[in-house]
Design a protein around this ligand. Structure first.
Ligand SMILES: O=C(O)CCC(=O)C(=O)O
Length: 256
């Protein structure tokens, strides 16, 4: 398990332990419980390669940050941004976020995939996801798993249908050898991992009697990555440092 940010470029992921305190996690759980209680009956989600209306599930709580300042503030949390800066440098934009909550017993699996190939409005490779554990996460409740180094050379792997009921309905083909080299990112609530947008990753179903909640916050280097804000589905927020050539197209949300 890589816990050294200087090895992020090589491994494509890194774990940061105990970033948020148990008090902070308590507050996040209260806000999350409220959001789950307010879920609508139906949701439109991107699944099987298209937008579909499905019964609402807490795995699909996409983009809470433009709707509720609580989640935007969490994306601007100084200790979260320090971790992102350790791998991406000081000029940071927030491009997306997603609460992925797997209920006990029937939480959906997420098949092996790369993130970047879903995001056509983003041009560039310095793009990462912070995966913040809101509940303790381990293999039995469906923690994240990554296949280290699969981002090398930034290959855009072909997506194929899983034919199953999982979060995306699509996967990339992964050999047995690749599966064997995967790393389960088991962590306590308050810890976080960061993964490269090209590294292959996924997670199993939650078959335990415990919930598995995570908040994924997605960032890019403001100087090397361009976002087509006309195509992008949420505003882009400048959260630290300078916004680069496109700064005037981003919402200035730098703390302080
Ligand atoms: O939460 C999970 O299990 C999967 C998360 C994921 O695929 C992502 O953050 O890109």
């Amino acid at each position: 398990m890589n816990t050294n940010p200087t090895r992020f470029g090589q491994d494509g992921y890194c774990l940061f332990r105990d970033v948020l305190t148990s008090e902070e996690i308590g507050g996040i759980r209260t806000e999350l419980d409220q959001a789950i209680a307010n879920l609508p009956e139906k949701q439109v989600v991107y699944k099987d390669g298209e937008d579909r209306e499905v019964d609402a599930r807490p795995e699909y709580m996409t983009e809470p940050h433009p709707k509720n300042p609580y989640w935007l503030d969490l994306c601007r949390h100084p200790r979260v941004l320090d971790a992102v800066e350790a791998v991406l440098g000081p000029d940071l934009i927030l491009i997306m976020s997603h609460l992925i909550v797997k209920p006990p017993e029937d939480g959906l699996p997420v098949a092996w995939h790369q993130d970047n190939t879903y995001w056509h409005s983003i041009d560039g490779t310095d793009v990462v996801t912070v995966w913040l554990a809101i509940d303790d996460a381990d293999v039995s409740n469906g923690c994240m798993q990554v296949i280290p180094c699969t981002h090398e050379g930034y290959p855009a792997m072909e997506k194929v249908s899983t034919g199953k009921n999982d979060l995306l309905g699509l996967t990339v083909e992964v050999s047995e050898e690749m599966t064997k080299s995967s790393v389960a990112l088991e962590m306590k609530a308050g810890s976080l991992s960061i993964h490269d947008s090209y590294v292959v990753h996924g997670s199993d179903a939650n078959t335990s009697d415990r919930r598995r909640a995570a908040y994924t916050m997605r960032y890019a280097n403001a100087n090397t990555v361009t976002v087509d804000v006309d195509q992008h589905w949420v505003p882009v927020y400048l959260v630290r440092g300078n916004g680069g050539a496109n700064a005037d197209r981003y919402v200035d949300a730098r703390p302080g």
